[in-house]
Design a binder for this molecule. Structure first.
Ligand code: AGP
Length: 368
């Protein structure tokens, strides 16, 4: 089957728009909506209840999906998680307890560093699980168990639907881990599964900000640097936003944990620096507001990605607001991935770069 762009100008936009359907497909594979439970394969070769640690390795965007998952597994399953980029992990010679679980995330299933990390973990006696899109791939073949991403072929070099689908698989696994470890109740599982079931609708709503984002992107395209900030499970989405922008617009961008602002990046702030703050309203939102004061006081232009409640309490410091639908904090990283994708996409289109085939990049990095 030859994949074409349909009515879309680029594969990237087509894939961004495929996310409600792709996620609905992925989620329905992993959760039983009628029962409000996660479905786990009967032949699961490990038991989350017996694990002391989960080790996740991946590269690029897949690594950021792993970073989000760390927040989920630690919060809902009380399972310590180590996440590292595969290129570092593979040479660190990390000690590993026997019978641990090592999880690899890869769209292509062929990323050289991720595969090398997998082989290291296998030699260390770990159970090997992978989350891959290409089910015929080497990483899939060498795994004890494969959790398919099921988002369909992704052609654009900048990953979009594979990332959000990876996060949906990881969210399902975190719930399953919580159940096996007895750290979430049936009612909590039901509630979290319901959040996953509602994701496709929430993503459709998030996509409705497209026009506003297109306008904002005209201004963003004039910047030579952009700072992305996020806290908690939204911190990896700040990293993801910066990566997407770099990849397809060649504008220098950095993602930081909001709380790190005073520890360095605040020195960069002046009126030429747009600061994208990914911050839906949550119990720590006040801290984000104080970060935004610090940015605004130095002339930094804030583009805030938040929900309606966040928009109401954000105050006058904000230059532009992109609204995402209200949702449980659990699924916010997946929802907030949409505006950061669109922001990078429209900025690239406005600048006229090659969106689907950005310079120097390959879809699958099969050599070191
Ligand atoms: C994402 O936009 C990138 N092109 C890149 O970071 C990618 O996620 C990374 O190379 C990992 O690829 P994989 O998922 O195929 O292993």
């Amino acid at each position: 089957n030859v994949v074409d762009k349909g009515n879309h100008r680029h594969f990237m936009l087509k894939e961004i728009y495929e996310q409600p359907d792709a996620l609905s497909h992925t989620v329905s594979h992993y959760v039983d909506l009628a029962k409000g439970k996660v479905k786990l394969p009967a032949d699961l070769p490990f038991d989350f209840a017996k694990l002391n640690r989960l080790t996740i390795s991946a590269c690029g965007t897949a690594y950021y999906a792993g970073l989000v998952a760390k927040y989920w597994f630690e919060k809902y399953a009380r399972l310590p998680v180590e996440v590292d980029v595969a290129s570092e992990f593979r040479y660190r010679e990390p000690p590993m307890d026997k019978d641990g679980l090592a999880l690899f995330i890869s769209q292509s299933g062929e990323t050289a560093d991720t595969l090398a990390a997998l082989r290291y973990c296998k030699a260390q006696g770990q159970h090997i699980a992978s989350i891959v899109n290409a089910q015929e791939s080497t990483i899939a073949r060498e795994s004890d168990i494969v959790f398919p991403i099921l988002c369909g072929p992704e052609i654009s070099v900048a990953s979009t639907k594979a990332t959000t689908a990876q996060m949906s698989v990881l969210a399902s696994l975190a719930i399953a881990a919580g159940r096996q470890r007895g750290t979430i109740s049936e009612a909590e599982e039901f509630e979290l599964v319901d959040m996953l079931a509602k994701l496709p609708g929430a993503i459709t709503k998030a996509l409705a900000s497209e026009k506003k984002i297109d306008q904002i992107s005209h201004e963003l395209s004039k910047a030579s640097d952009v700072l992305y900030l996020g806290r908690g499970s939204l911190f990896p989405i700040a990293l993801e936003g910066a990566l997407k922008l770099k990849e397809i617009t060649y504008i220098h961008a950095e993602g930081y944990a909001s709380g790190e602002l005073k520890h360095g990046p605040i020195a960069l702030i002046d009126e030429t620096l747009p600061v994208v703050v990914v911050a839906p309203s949550d119990p720590l939102f006040d801290k984000t507001i104080s970060n935004m004061h610090e940015v605004a006081a130095r002339g930094g232009k804030i583009i805030l990605i938040t929900d309606e409640a966040g928009a109401k309490s954000a105050g006058d410091d904000v230059h532009e607001i992109i609204i995402v639908p209200n949702a449980h904090a659990f699924v916010m990283p997946i929802i907030c991935a949409i505006p950061v994708q669109l922001l990078a996409y429209y900025t690239a289109v406005f600048m006229g770069t090659d969106v689907d085939q950005p310079r120097n990049l390959a879809k699958s990095v099969t050599v070191e």
